[in-house]
Design a protein around this ligand. Sequence first.
Ligand code: IPM
Ligand code: MG
Length: 357
Amino acid sequence: MAKKIAVLPGDGIGPEVVAEAVKVLEHLRRDFGLKVELETAVVGGAAYDLHKQPLPQATLRLARQADAVLLGAVGGPRYDTLPRDLRPEKALLALRAELKLFANLRPAILYPQLASASSLKPEVVSGLDILIVRELTGDIYFGEPRGVRKLANGERQGFNNMIYAEHEIERVAKVAFEAARKRGKKVCSVDKANVLETSGLWREVVERVHADYRDVELSHMYVDNAAMQLVRAPKQFDVIVTGNLFGDILSDEAAMLTGSIGMLPSASLDAANKGMYEPIHGSAPDIAGKGVANPLATILSVAMMLRYTLNESALANRVEGAVAKALDRGLRTGDLYTEGMTRAGTAQMGDAVVAAI
Ligand code: IPM
Ligand code: MG
């Protein structure tokens, strides 16, 4: 039976980059017998414009029914002054929570062709291959109570809660150890256990889970040091596992090591490997509609979908290989451009990948 994919292009460059990823899926369907059926729905600011809410019921229903979700990006300056619950970002957070996508996999891989686009020296980043496993449905992102309250003296005070229950730590730690087993067999758990109780518990539970994964080497690092080590000697890492907030920050940092955030895909998985797949970059309103955005992160997100949800790892390898071939040909979108390369637009890059498949 065909697997159903919910396609949620979203805002800004979202629709442009998703269009290229859809080209890839359609090509795999036509020429490689991939059995998928795509259905599109609005999300984020685009949904707010039409329905006055960022995640309409119909979109949530489609996402629930689907085997996988392909998402572009959400957000834009037009929506930044809306009440928090109506902002595009809320749709993303609600999808993560509603679909129970607690494990967010963010690989940071440096393509050898792009070594010169990294802001670090080639010898520091060449061969870089890190996987950040970010917990995605807990922590200060969802902790209650939250809000802005009035103090007795009339001053306002903002508050959020960093909260983790043991089962939340346990399940994401397992995902990290399992992933490490299939690659470099090292997990570094990142926390702030020198200051935060939540982190103390995090460390304890990760240690406990580790008892079942003695073949994997476990280390712990405080988040401030991890931020420093990522730019000092990033190749020391294999798998990094961390909470929602620290993972948000460190994954942007790791992205930059690879030359461009426009290259990095992500998978957000539930306990049964149903997933939402999206580039880690945002909606980039400054370049939206110009046809210059880099579609490779979204195309590589399709590769992750093939691998994790559709169990088509041969096709996943093929898509990743095709991305490398397009780069080998010297094609570069603006974010990756260096002298001597050939400038490509969004569609041209997508076409080059399809041709190389
Ligand atoms: C990300 C983004 C989101 C997050 C925003 C858009 C809510 O930065 O996916 O990393 O903070 O999780
Ligand atoms: Mg982020």
